[in-house]
Ligand binder design. Sequence first.
Ligand SMILES: N[C@@H](CCC(=O)N[C@@H](CS)C(=O)NCC(=O)O)C(=O)O
Length: 129
Amino acid sequence: MANRSSTRCLVGRLQGQRLSCGGLTRFADPAKLRGQSNGSGKNDKMPQVTMYSTRICPYCTRARTLLKRKGVVFEEIPIDQDPGQMAVMVERSGRHTVPQIFIGDRHIGGFDDMALLDDRGELDPLLDR
Ligand SMILES: N[C@@H](CCC(=O)N[C@@H](CS)C(=O)NCC(=O)O)C(=O)O
């Protein structure tokens, strides 16, 4: 049985190296990752991005894909493995569906909300891009 900390994992890219959930979970400290280069040559200091998710969830997959395409390092909290985190997600977002995405303390919403922001050109500024 995984301990509580092992339900948290990071998905994204750090200096070209892929970090992902599933299988052998690789741990990283988001605070250490933020501010590091993603290999693009740009200063990649960005706010913490958190996504509450479940493993089997098409909208989570789409949200992951969008964030990864942007090279965003994000913390993923799989609530299906931790009911306590599900309660935290509902408390923070007021919603019961996954994914729920936060940039810093700002609640973005689900995948559709994030994609709409992106279409409007409003997502990148929130990511300090
Ligand atoms: N419009 C939402 C849809 C989210 C959604 O329907 N997620 C499903 C899982 S993929 C869910 O949480 N279903 C449980 C429920 O509706 O109570 C989004 O874009 O995030």
